[in-house]
Design a protein around this ligand. Sequence first.
Ligand SMILES: *[C@@H]1O[C@H](CO)[C@@H](O)[C@H](O)[C@H]1NC(C)=O
Ligand SMILES: *[C@@H]1O[C@H](CO)[C@@H](O)[C@H](O)[C@H]1NC(C)=O
Ligand SMILES: *[C@@H]1O[C@H](CO)[C@@H](O)[C@H](O)[C@H]1NC(C)=O
Ligand SMILES: *[C@@H]1O[C@H](CO)[C@@H](O)[C@H](O)[C@H]1NC(C)=O
Ligand SMILES: *[C@@H]1O[C@H](CO)[C@@H](O)[C@H](O)[C@H]1NC(C)=O
Length: 439
Amino acid sequence: MKSLATFELLFGKNSPKQMIPKIALLAIFAVLIFVATPISYPFFRNSSSISLKNNLSKNPASAFDALDQSTSLPSTDIKECDIFSGEWVPNPKAPYYSNSTCWAIHEHQNCMKYGRPDSEFMKWRWKPNGCELPMFNPFQFLEIVRGKSMAFVGDSVGRNQMQSMICLLSRVEWPIDASYTSDENFKRWHYPSYNFTMAIFTTPFLVKAKATNSDGPTKSGLFNVYLDEVDDKWITQIQDFNYVILNGGHWLMRPMIFYQKQNITGCHFCQIPNIKDLNMYHGYRQAFKTAFKAINNLENFKGLTILRTFAPSHFENGLWNQGGDCKRTKPFRSSEAQMEGVNLEFYMIQLEEFKIAEREAKKKGKKLRLLDTTQAMWLRPDGHPSRYGHWPQENVTLYNDCVHWCLPGPIDTWSDFLLEMLKMEGRRSAGERVHLEAN
Ligand SMILES: *[C@@H]1O[C@H](CO)[C@@H](O)[C@H](O)[C@H]1NC(C)=O
Ligand SMILES: *[C@@H]1O[C@H](CO)[C@@H](O)[C@H](O)[C@H]1NC(C)=O
Ligand SMILES: *[C@@H]1O[C@H](CO)[C@@H](O)[C@H](O)[C@H]1NC(C)=O
Ligand SMILES: *[C@@H]1O[C@H](CO)[C@@H](O)[C@H](O)[C@H]1NC(C)=O
Ligand SMILES: *[C@@H]1O[C@H](CO)[C@@H](O)[C@H](O)[C@H]1NC(C)=O
């Protein structure tokens, strides 16, 4: 639905672009660039967040061919293998759905509809170093989640993942809309034959937040963000879910005023005298800390919590509002592109907070796992809608979308990861049962 503007992710529903004179936007961001230095220095330095080790232009797809050992082997050795580190290799059989077979593709991620000329970006699969990652098997997945429920908690990239999964599962069954409200931000889908429920809880900051000014210093909104108070729009709802997939990050780059114990503690680029400018990393770290704490303290929650790590954006040759774009048509190889700047920092902070939370979770008998998609997605500058998320004449805030992912596209791989993780989880608990019985 149009009303659920994809671009709300970065810029909020309250600030349609029509209201913002272009010149003002540019001027404001020019200011932002200087003020943001040196904290965000690597990000803004080259007007590009991509650093290349080698020269990319001489890497035809054939370079990948040697890696392609195609057929999916049973993954018995998966325990010793890190499925999240590897390479993208060609997969001529992909994609497994299209915009004509799947209605669940979000308007702004329906890249083929809006004339994306190339389709090679759909034809890759992830090959972990040292093992195989089987392609998503929707029958197997639905069997595993029979009678269970899964919540996606976070921003519109989480929705992007859920919609990809609906498309992949559609080979077996379509879900019925079982939403409790008409609010698109809180959708609930039910698979009748499997009694499986999927729900999305849109909570882009994870903690409580309120827009105080729809413009703010960058015209992308100014938010009060209550860093020590979890957003009860999701925390009060997830108790009975078997799986909770947590994600977030992009919104915490906006101008924000930070609160703790109901008092202002500082801000990120709020431009208000007498409020200390802390950086966005502070807010980002605290938000995840609070979210993890809330889950760990949720008495009756027995589910599996999965952190889906930060999904990098790929603006090149400019910032999002300065003509930055993502025009590549092939993945990087891991030796070619190194993560840096904001993307790397966000990822590292998540890993640190995850480790802290994991220790706490273990003490409380709770299960916390990592869906570590960052590295794989970092290598996919070719997977974003770019300008094919809307008609050319349409006014949208994020003209070149280098944040979300085209469907079909590389985000489909997250389901491959997820299924593999659930299988591992099954082996783990079987192992525990055997262990208990042996004692
Ligand atoms: C990369 O390749 C292009 C075209 O082949 C060439 O013009 C450029 O000088 C190369 N850059 C580096 C750093 O090797
Ligand atoms: C699907 O994409 C094609 C172009 O490949 C386009 O012509 C068509 O309108 C799209 N259909 C839908 C339902 O989005
Ligand atoms: C369906 O699953 C839910 C848990 O998600 C359970 O409470 C309910 O009893 C199940 N219904 C049937 C008919 O099995
Ligand atoms: C909030 O700040 C005020 C003044 O700065 C202080 O008096 C008050 O104790 C603070 N409240 C809390 C809960 O920390
Ligand atoms: C888009 O914005 C431009 C100028 O900002 C305006 O002239 C044009 O009418 C707008 N188009 C639509 C479809 O709203």
